[in-house]
Design a protein around this ligand. Structure first.
Ligand code: MN
Length: 500
């Protein structure tokens, strides 16, 4: 659904006219060579577009305006191969509305000790040229990513790749639409928030729709479409006996398929990138959407239950960041704990809505009653989650700002089979340990709902938060609770400058 090759990052190199044309020609050749290498790099998923070397304030201003207007341009990579006096950059950087990555590299990896002369020195001056540029960006208090190292190394290309993924998700949010069926789960606080602030800060819009709009779409689904989708379920999943052809609850499976198709048609027609629903407001739908949501998330739609639009939007971003990488992403909820001191764990799940892409093996499609919601028994996919590193991310509204909290976790096998548990689930160990991670999460105000991913890392989300100009908190291997509480206090001071 998302192809990151449709996004472009522009490679913009600064210089000046002081060195004569010959040097500028050589600079341009070097930059093209680097841009080609980045384009061929397996670590960088977007197109890297070489832009002519800029040497005047006017040219810099123009390229920044062009970048703002270019629909597929996620941002800039800037590099000062030679010296580029940074007052030339001020107007451009004031105008620039896209994120930028400052690459601090050098064309030659090594100093040619035996042959180095002043011509070489004049051509290869990024050691001080990039410092001049860095001063301007710092003086302007601009958030940006600085990547240091030789451009041919995997490490540098990986860091650029991480940043371009985050910048792609940021661009994907611009004018994105999220549909909200019904409102919030009654009385719940953390899923609320300021949608106007979110649209100003992030660029996406959240608008409400009556459930009858969805019901209408479901009712228009053709029976032949339902036949086709039910066949697909049977190919992709272990479908329970009672749901199979001539099974007692075959009609429930068809109802579930009809809801999926109705949702898909609605989302496609409105070009929505995600949605929320709430079990308290589903009149006219036979079941709470279960398998439908699990499959839509797998196709890249953001989702939040109980009206949780912030998590729906975040999950969409997490999906775009991870596009093409191994591992999936899902809506998730910290559900219940294993508090055995010999091995404390978290069991994450939801009533139904866990994405099929994180399944370990072939999921089973089954029918069980739901104790809340007052609807017919919903069809859902049941599975365990693949083991390995993962993260949970939560976006909350602090009143005067948004805060993104990430906890790195390790998904493990459940200690035993869970034959009575009729939902998909993941069992994990939070980092740095159960006690510290949970205390930090709660001090930070992290939600019970999260965007869970096995495809991306906290580095992606740190870059993402920085380019969205929001607060970022990491709970990981090195988290110390005393220090973390200080960070919370200091951040309150930092962000107190912003208008509530
Ligand atoms: Mn929930």
């Amino acid at each position: 659904m998302v192809d990151l090759r449709t996004f472009e990052v522009w490679f913009v190199t600064g210089s000046q006219h002081l060195y004569g044309n010959e040097v500028l020609v050589q600079v341009a050749e070097h930059v093209q060579q680097i841009a080609r290498a980045f384009n061929d790099s397996p670590h960088i998923p977007v197109q890297v577009v070489f832009k002519p070397v800029v040497t005047t304030p006017e040219a810099i201003y123009d390229i920044c305006l062009e970048a703002n207007c270019a629909k597929n341009c996620i941002g800039l990579i800037t590099w000062m191969h030679t010296f580029s006096p940074a007052k030339m950059w001020l107007n451009g950087l004031v105008a620039l509305q896209k994120p930028f990555l400052h690459l601090h590299t050098q064309f030659n990896r090594d100093i040619p000790w035996a042959t180095i002369d002043m011509n070489f020195m004049n051509l290869n001056q990024s050691a001080h040229g990039d410092r001049e540029f860095g001063f301007a960006a710092s003086r302007m208090r601009l958030n940006r990513k600085v990547v240091v190292g030789h451009w041919q190394t995997d490490e540098v290309q990986q860091e650029i790749g991480v940043w371009t993924r985050a910048a792609s998700a940021r661009l994907d949010w611009q004018c994105a639409k999220f549909a909200r069926f019904g409102d919030n789960m009654r009385q719940v606080a953390v899923t609320e928030g300021d949608k106007v602030a979110a649209q100003i800060q992030f660029g996406y819009a959240v608008n409400g729709y009556g459930v009858h709009d969805l019901v209408e779409s479901v009712n228009q689904v053709a029976e032949s479409e339902v036949d086709h989708l039910v066949d697909e379920y049977e190919t992709q999943y272990h479908v329970a006996e009672l749901l199979r052809a001539r099974g007692k609850y075959r009609e429930s499976l068809r109802d579930a398929a009809r809801i999926e198709l109705g949702l898909r048609h609605f989302l496609d027609a409105g070009q929505f990138k995600g949605f929320t629903d709430t079990f308290e407001d589903l009149p006219g739908l036979k079941q709470l959407p279960g398998i439908a949501v699990q499959r839509l998330m797998a196709d890249g739609y953001g989702f939040g239950a109980e009206g949780d639009w912030k998590t729906a939007a975040l999950l969409r971003a997490v999906y775009v960041i991870g596009a093409g990488l191994p591992g999936g992403a899902s809506f998730m909820e910290d559900y219940t704990y294993h508090m055995d001191p010999m091995g404390e764990k978290v069991l994450g799940a939801h009533m139904l809505e866990v994405a099929a892409t994180i399944a370990d093996g072939k999921p089973s499609a089954e029918l069980y009653p739901l104790s809340i919601g007052g609807k017919a028994d919903p069809v859902r996919l049941i599975f365990n989650t693949r083991t390995g590193p993962a993260l949970n991310a939560s976006m909350i509204d602090m009143g005067n700002r948004f805060r993104l909290i990430v906890n790195e976790v390790e998904v493990v096998q459940p200690d035993a089979a869970l034959p009575q548990l009729p939902v998909a689930r993941a069992v994990w160990l939070p980092k740095p340990n159960f006690k510290t991670a949970l205390a930090a999460w709660i001090y930070a105000g992290g939600a019970h709902h999260t965007a869970f991913s096995q495809a991306i890392t906290s580095a992606h989300l740190r870059d993402f938060a920085e380019m969205c100009n929001i607060e970022f908190l990491l709970i990981g291997e090195n988290t110390d609770l005393v220090q973390f509480k200080n960070e919370l206090r200091w951040n309150d001071l930092v962000y107190s400058r912003l208008v509530a």
